[in-house]
Structure formats: C-alpha cells, structure tokens
Design a binder for this molecule. Structure first.
Ligand SMILES: Nc1ncnc2c1ncn2[C@@H]1O[C@H](COP(=O)(O)OP(=O)(O)OP(=O)(O)O)[C@@H](O)[C@H]1O
Ligand SMILES: [Mg+2]
Length: 245
C-alpha cells in the first residue's frame, strides 16, 4: 500500500532579494512498512523535502499526499493538526525537556493536549519498550546517553502511531556505535512493527540499513539504490558516488 506520494514538488525560497530553488520537480512514493533513506550533498534539498512531507512548510508547486490526503491543499491550521496526529518527526537534536522523565517526555504531546490517564502512561511505556528503554522510564535526559535520548525521541514520535516517521539526520550527534543502534532500531521498527520510515543521512553505513536510498542533487532526484537493508556500506557509498559525485 502506498502511504506517501510526492508529485512533482517544487520549493522556492524567496528571501530579501535572493531566490533559491531548493526543490525542482521531486517525485517519490513510499510503501507502508518500508524504510527509505535520502542522501545528497549539503544544500541538495533533503531537509526542505522533509519539512514539506512533515507539513512544516508548503510546496511552491506540486502535491504531497499522506494516506491520500494532500498536505499542499490544507490550510495551515489543518496541516498542523494533521502533522500532530499523523506524522512523527525526529531531528538531529533530541528536543527533550530536561526536567521531565523519559516517560513524561514520550507523553509530552498528550500532556499538552491534557491526556494524562493511566492508559496514556501504559502507552508511553510500551513505546519505550519498543526502543528497548523499558529499564529507563524514570530517567531524566541528563541520566541517559545520547543514543538513549534519541531513542526517547523516537518513542515520542511513535506515540500517535503515525503514518510516517520522518528522521532528519537522527544520528548527526552520535558516535558510530550509537548510530549503529539507531539504524538497526529503525530497520526493526519497519520490519517487525510495520512502521514506515524516511531518514535523511550523510552516512552510507546508515543508508545501507534502508530498503531503498533516494539520491538528491540540486533539488532533483538523480537516482535510487536498493541495498535492501543488507548493511553493505561500501556498495551504497560507491552507488552514491556514481549518482551524486
Ligand atoms: N528557510 C530558508 N530560506 C531560504 N533558503 C533556504 C531555507 N532553507 C533552506 N534554504 C536553501 O535551500 C537549499 C536546500 O537546503 P536544505 O536545508 O534543504 O539542504 P540539505 O540537503 O538539508 O543540506 P544539509 O545536508 O546541509 O542539511 C540550500 O541552498 C539552502 O541554503
Ligand atoms: Mg539538512
């Protein structure tokens, strides 16, 4: 089943006299339960694409359909509500509140909405178990490693059972061992829990855990690789070099 359709999307940034064409006709689809990576050099439009799919901004032209609903045609208000309900977004920074426990940080989206029943806590604990942090539910961020903090952020992104998890360089602040844990976790979330995952990464070693790698260059898709989760970083690095180099 197709869960995301990006159709001929353009994005132009107009800032004080300078005009940047960040995306120039990008199309791609995601199947439910797949793990897809996006690679491309700095400035190729990766974060712009993630922001558009995440409903944080609107395309200049083209359509973005999540579960058949076109984000580009929604009002800002509806898109915000849709994002909060149907999309899970993770950034390089973990964005955890330092005074809250892991469980409270996972529950934060619901706490803001005033949903604080015992059921909610059970849900938070289930999500923390999915990211292998069942032994850390009471820990504050400063008592967790960077990799563990990012796993709390992933658990929080999973809270609403979103259509898609969007991760923009989720391992950008992590060492190689912790990065490997995150990539394996994202792969397992797709394969074992049926989550749909889209991850931007600079690292071939991470992209190799994805089923597919979409390569961007100058705001366009220039090709695709299919490591099929095999973890062969050298193969991805060589394929990427050929497409984007
Ligand atoms: N808010 C903005 N206003 C104006 N220009 C922007 C804005 N955001 C991004 N750009 C420009 O759009 C282009 C694409 O930026 P984007 O952040 O999508 O790249 P990226 O592939 O994520 O790069 P990186 O790997 O460095 O994160 C760049 O030329 C950038 O300078
Ligand atoms: Mg970026």
């Amino acid at each position: 089943m197709t869960i995301l359709e990006v159709l001929d999307v353009h994005k132009v940034y107009d800032t004080s006299g300078s005009r940047v064409q960040a995306l120039n006709g990008v199309s791609m689809t995601l199947e439910a339960g797949s793990f897809t990576a996006i690679m491309g050099s700095s400035g190729s439009g990766k974060s712009t694409l993630m922001h558009l799919i995440g409903g944080l901004t609107r395309p200049s032209a083209g359509a973005i359909r999540v579960e058949g609903q076109d984000l580009s045609r929604m009002s800002d208000r509806r898109r915000t509500i849709f994002r909060r309900r149907r999309l899970g977004i993770i950034f390089q920074e973990y964005n955890l509140l330092p005074t809250l426990s892991a469980r409270e940080n996972v529950l934060l989206p619901w706490l803001i909405d005033g949903r604080t029943s015992g059921d909610a806590e059970r849900r938070a604990d289930e999500m923390l178990a999915l990211v292998h942090l069942q032994q850390r539910v009471g820990h504050r961020p400063d008592a967790l490693s960077g990799g563990e903090q990012q796993r709390v952020a992933i658990a929080r992104a999973l809270l609403n059972d979103p259509a898609i998890i969007l991760a923009d360089e989720p391992t950008g602040n992590l060492d190689s061992r912790q990065s490997l844990e995150i990539w394996k976790l994202l792969q397992a979330l797709a394969r074992q829990s049926g989550k749909t995952i889209l991850m931007v990464t600079h690292e071939a070693a991470g992209a190799a855990f994805a089923d597919r790698v979409v390569v961007l260059k100058d705001g366009r898709v220039v090709g695709e690789l299919a490591p099929q989760g095999g973890g062969d970083a050298a193969l991805v690095a060589a394929g990427y070099q050929e497409l984007a180099g």
